[in-house]
Structures are given as C-alpha cells and as structure tokens.
Design a protein around this ligand. Structure first.
Ligand code: ZN
Ligand code: ZN
Length: 267
C-alpha cells in the first residue's frame, strides 16, 4: 500500500510535469503559435495554476488515499458484494470513477454556484496543454476530489483501480487540451466510445449549447447515453468565454478570485 501511495502521489506529479514539457515542445514544433507576448502571458498564468496543482496534490493525495484505504478496509461498496474477476473490477472501477465525474462535471455547469468555480477552466481563449491546469483549486481538490471518494464509496473502488484511473486520465487530459491537430476519422471511430481531443474541444466552445455538452473525460459513451453529446467541425470551435475574453480576466489573480465576482454569461 505504501508503494501504491507513493506511486499515486509522487509519480503523478513527475509525470504531470514531464508531460507538460513534452506537450510544450510538441505544440511549439507542430503548430503556428500565437504572438510571443500573448503566449508568455498565457503560459505564465497557467503555470501558476500548475504550481498550485502540484503543491496541493501532495495534500490531496494524502487525504484521498487514506479515505480509500478506510473504505476498502471495511469493504464498503458494490464491487465487494459481487463475484467477478479482479481485472474486471479494475476496468469497471476506472469506468465508474469516470461515470461519477461525468455527473459532477455536469452539475458544475448546471448549478450557478458551482459554475462560478468551473468557468475558470473554460475561460482560456488560447487552448493548449497548459489549459489542463487552469481549474480553480477549490473545484479541483474539493469538488472533483469528492467525486472520486463518492465513487469509491458507492462502487467499492480500491487504490489500484484509482491509480490506474489517474495513469489513464493524466496523459489523456493533456491530449484533449493540446493545441495539436487530430483527424476527424478519430471522432467517428474511437469517438463512439472514448472522448477524443476534438470532442473535448467542442466542450470548450464559447456557445453555451456546446459548452454544456461532451462532459465525459474518458468515456464519451456517458454523453451519448444521457443525451449531452454534440458535434461540430473542429475548425468552427472558438474556445473560451466571451466575458473572460482578454486582458485582466485572463490573469491568474483575477481567475483565482473570479468565483466571488458576479460576472454575467454573454453567449
Ligand atoms: Zn466543463
Ligand atoms: Zn477541458
């Protein structure tokens, strides 16, 4: 268990920073970048979010790992009541963590109080790998952390399944936000079951009809099943939120305090 805890807490931070460097290089080599000034401002602000993420991750992982150990030592959850192979429990565990997160994410759009925090993630008008970290720390660690613990309590998800979930979702979230081109055939094949980068970028479109769709991180199947799937050509996607379009609303300090500021949605 101790090894697993280290794997979940420390390695995840190393992997996160490593992936950040990898995607930064790929984006630099493969795409036409926005102007240097704009890019530096954008990166500097998102890097503050990355630093907060890495620091809080130590504390958060400690809490979540202990909650999961407590739940599994008491065999709480559905998977402890049914006889199925362990490998199947692992796959179902990952699927159920994603399923509960789908509903938490959907609520983050539906409930105005929660949207105040979640809109920080949607505020980025220059989407790239660093957008992955642009999330309000209160939302990332309290709201989404609660989603993981609730999923573990309902379904009986152990630490190994939880670690597996994070080893899948961490690189996937980088891919979904990266400023790289992905072919549309991917959306028509892999995208029948899994969330592709194009499908997640549609979720970042400024038009609320599209913002309030494609909520799933791993299995787009949840959106297809619960009627929140949408599609539009990637060239027509305009990421961000009009009310956060440029200047001060794009800065780290403004975004950090923005949940406590009344800001009307424009589109
Ligand atoms: Zn969202
Ligand atoms: Zn996103």
């Amino acid at each position: 268990m101790e090894l697993l805890q280290k794997l979940v807490v420390i390695n995840l931070n190393y992997i996160t920073v490593g992936l950040m460097v990898l995607f930064y290089s790929l984006e630099h080599l493969m795409t036409n970048q926005i102007s240097v000034n704009k890019k530096t401002f954008h990166w500097a602000n998102n890097m503050f979010f990355l630093i907060v993420f890495v620091l809080l991750n130590f504390l958060w992982s400690f809490v979540v790992v202990h909650c999961m150990e407590w739940l599994s030592s008491r065999k709480i959850g559905l998977f402890y009541l049914i006889e199925i192979p362990y490998w199947l429990k692992l796959i179902l565990g990952v699927a159920m963590l994603d399923f509960v997160m789908y509903w938490f994410h959907r609520l983050g759009h539906l409930v105005p109080f929660l949207w105040r925090f979640h809109r920080v993630h949607h505020s980025d008008t220059n989407m790239d790998a660093s957008t992955n970290f642009r999330g309000h720390p209160i939302e990332t660690f309290l709201w989404f952390g609660a989603s993981n613990i609730l999923a573990a309590g309902i379904f009986g998800i152990d630490l190994l399944a939880f670690g597996l979930y994070f080893f899948i979702i961490t690189p996937l979230l980088f891919l979904e936000h990266a400023n790289l081109r992905f072919p549309t055939w991917l959306d028509k094949t892999v995208g029948l079951v899994f969330t592709t980068p194009n499908l997640h970028k549609i979720h970042h479109d400024q038009n609320q009809h599209y913002t309030d769709s494609n909520f799933a991180d791993i299995f787009i199947l949840w959106d297809r099943l619960f009627g929140t799937f949408t599609y539009k050509p990637i060239e027509q996607v305009k990421p961000g939120l009009e009310e956060f379009d440029s200047g001060e609303p794009q800065s780290f300090w403004y975004l950090l305090k923005s949940p406590f500021i009344n800001i009307k949605r424009k589109i």
